[in-house]
Write a new protein. Structure first.
Length: 189
């Protein structure tokens, strides 16, 4: 049985959101610590669509990340922290451009002493345009789900890779989704 792309994208978006909620609920039963809000990082990132050819898109954005008051100790030097990510930028194909903005939670997994961290999250996203030359994203309201890898070059500089998926989660009959590879640099506070 072949599942149409629009249904697969909806299932991925809903599944990612459900997994994040279940993870948060499970972790809230463990040792959660509250420290307060603090500025974590600010930077820029940019990249291109994971699909080459006629659906090629480019994206560039600035971002600001704020630590949320909850983090969890997962045992021998492993920590999971919560963060709120803000971003604003540009998305475009060979003909049309759109402004985009997003705001949403992220979970960051880190082991003490290692300069690497892993992250994943999901954010409601607004687009100033949803119809492009070869792709109709269906609506101006989207969801962006991401997974990423961060490398601390120094105590204050971090380079990042992020794979993210933009989709309207079935809010429109047109929901082709858009997958992006983004590379960034950030200043750590």
């Amino acid at each position: 049985m072949v599942i149409p792309t629009q249904y697969m994208n909806r299932r991925l978006s809903i599944g990612g959101l459900a997994a994040a909620l279940i993870l948060c609920a499970t972790l809230s039963r463990g040792a959660a610590f509250a420290d307060g809000f603090s500025l974590e990082s600010a930077g820029v990132r940019g990249g291109l669509s994971a699909n080459s050819g006629r659906d090629e898109f480019h994206e560039a954005e600035g971002f600001l990340n704020v630590n949320l008051p909850w983090h969890w100790s997962l045992g021998r030097r492993w920590n999971l922290k919560s963060r709120l990510d803000f971003s604003a930028g540009w998305l475009g194909d060979s003909t049309y451009n759109a402004a985009l903005g997003s705001l949403g939670p992220t979970l960051v997994l880190r082991r003490e002493g290692l300069p690497l961290s892993f992250e994943g999250g999901s954010s409601p996203t607004g687009l100033s345009r949803y119809q492009f030359e070869n792709k109709d994203l269906g609506t101006q309201f989207q969801f962006t789900s991401h997974v990423g890898l961060n490398f601390d070059v120094t105590k204050r500089i971090q380079i990042t890779y992020r794979f993210h998926h933009i989709s309207n989660a079935g809010l429109s009959s047109s929901n082709p989704g858009l997958n992006m590879h983004l590379f960034g640099i950030s200043f750590l506070f």
